[in-house]
Design a protein around this ligand. Structure first.
Ligand code: SAM
Ligand code: F3S
Length: 454
């Protein structure tokens, strides 16, 4: 039954990727076309995130709006997926009885069958199980719509940081078979993709099955991805410092296509707090990993995730985080106020840091990071940056927007024909959230007129 699908995504890149896959699976199996307007949709799906509290509140407030839509158009089907669905399961139906389907991050490929069952039986369907890797086997191939693409290489997380729900909502780490990943990268490259981001909660724990029964680590996978014709840039996210070993560090020496940017979440600069978070490394160990990496790849930009106001975090602990920020010189990063997540070990710790203190710490931390990021941007002025031209700049006209290796948008004047290829751009100005520059040279995008194969 052809019709329209509206998808609203909350949370991380992993969720963005899952949403793309939901769109793919429903287009292929049910002929549903993705649109931006929920008012015209036949199926509305919310892909949720439960890593922090506010995301959950947002889900229920959105659901309220879709309930009104459904009152006007009773045929509308409403589905809730992602981590909130996984955690609450049937509970979602109790709070929002007009919801038709509740599915988890590991069962999104079953959406066509779940929607069919609702249509035929009229009863809501709930499936938040963790069938191991079935998702990877059954999903249709990703469609390449740009010069960049995400490729999921593993699912779940087995690190069990004391504050985090992910191991409970997405399950334990499971790696996608090596050949399957390479196959997808090859198809994407043939369709014009020049940059891939290998995706997972903890990609450096990758342990992908090989045909001969052995397994491959992330370093080996990166080496093979780098040999795929057409792929010029490789990123991966996210990594856990504990699994960031020598082989991966050495890969930066051997694989120039690996971008000079690493996102390595540290969370805190205090050993006491890191231990309470069950992160399993010390500040010194983290610093040593970055030092070794910079010896192999001088000038690499490093960004991170931080949590402020973890239970028991003192002023001294927070100062230690600020010291680490200065010592590493972190680039643009993510920072969050600690959010108590029911069911996690940290949820039972007394949370004594007052909200005003947490907010003040977040403000200070973000100010420091922003100042450092601004310094990095200013240092780029006068240099020639190679960007992958992704689109026309928002302002329109002849302005194009490309991304530097360190993930900054660089806007410059140039012909639209450059979109999809690389350009060398002299950086002329550092703005608060982007760069401006002048085109110096370019490489034509790959000709994919023979067919967008993916
Ligand atoms: N795999 C990554 C790592 O190595 O840490 C993290 C993935 S997690 C979904 C993304 C970020 O959300 C974390 O790095 C952390 O900073 C933040 N986060 C997770 N749980 C949180 C909580 N309970 N409160 C605040 N922030 C949280
Ligand atoms: Fe969460 Fe820690 Fe895994 S932050 S995703 S449990 S590495």
């Amino acid at each position: 039954m052809p019709g329209y699908l509206y998808l609203k995504t909350f949370g991380c890149q992993m969720n963005e990727y899952d949403s793309t896959r939901m769109g793919d699976v429903l287009r292929e199996a049910c002929g549903l076309e993705r649109i931006d307007d929920p008012e015209r949709a036949d199926v509305v799906l919310l892909n949720t995130c439960s890593v922090r509290e506010k995301a959950e509140e947002k889900v229920y407030s959105h659901l309220g709006r879709y309930a009104e839509l459904k009152a006007r158009r009773p045929g509308l089907l409403i589905g809730v997926g992602g981590c909130v669905a996984s955690q609450e399961g049937e509970g979602i139906l109790a709070r929002a009885p007009y919801v038709d389907v509740v599915f988890g991050p590991q069962t999104l490929h079953r959406l066509p069958a779940l929607l069919d069952a609702v249509r035929q039986g009229g009863r809501p369907q709930v499936d938040v199980s963790f069938p191991e890797n079935e998702k990877f086997d059954l999903l249709p191939r990703a469609q390449a719509s740009a010069a960049t693409a995400f490729v999921s290489i593993m699912e779940g997380c087995s690190k069990y940081c004391s504050f985090c729900v992910v191991p409970y909502t997405r399950g334990e780490e499971t790696s996608r078979p090596f050949a399957q990943v390479l196959d997808e990268v090859q198809a994407l490259a043939a369709a014009g993709v020049r940059e891939v981001t290998l995706l997972g909660q903890n990609v450096n724990a990758y342990d992908g099955p090989l045909a001969d029964g052995e397994s491959a680590d992330l370093a080996l996978l990166l080496e093979h991805v780098a040999t795929v014709p057409g792929i010029e840039r490789i990123r991966f996210t996210t990594s856990h410092p504990v699994d960031f070993g020598e082989r991966l560090t050495e890969a930066y020496g051997r694989i120039p296509k690996l971008v000079s940017h690493l996102h390595l979440p540290v969370q805190s600069g205090s050993d006491r707090i890191l231990a309470a978070m069950k992160r399993r490394y010390t500040v010194l160990e983290y610093k040593q990993k970055i030092r070794r990496l910079r010896a192999v790849r001088p000038g690499i930009a490093v960004s991170s995730d931080f949590i402020v106001g973890f239970p028991g975090e003192s002023d001294r602990d927070f100062e230690a985080t600020l010291d680490l920020i200065a010592a590493i010189g972190f680039d643009q990063s993510f920072s969050f106020i600690y959010s108590r997540r029911p069911g996690t070990p940290a949820a039972s710790l007394p949370d004594e840091v007052p909200l005003a203190v947490k907010e003040e710490r977040l403000r200070i931390l973000q100010e420091r990071i922003d100042a450092q990021a601004q310094q990095h941007s200013r240092a780029l002025v006068g240099t020639v940056a190679r960007v992958l031209v992704e689109r026309a700049a928002r302002r329109g006209g002849r302005q194009l927007a490309g991304r530097t290796e360190c993930g900054r948008w660089l806007n410059f004047d140039g012909p639209a024909a450059l979109i999809g290829g690389f350009a060398d751009v002299t950086v002329t100005e550092a703005l608060a959230n982007s760069l401006r520059g002048r085109l110096t040279g370019s490489t034509a995008p790959v000709d994919t007129s023979a067919g967008r194969a993916a």
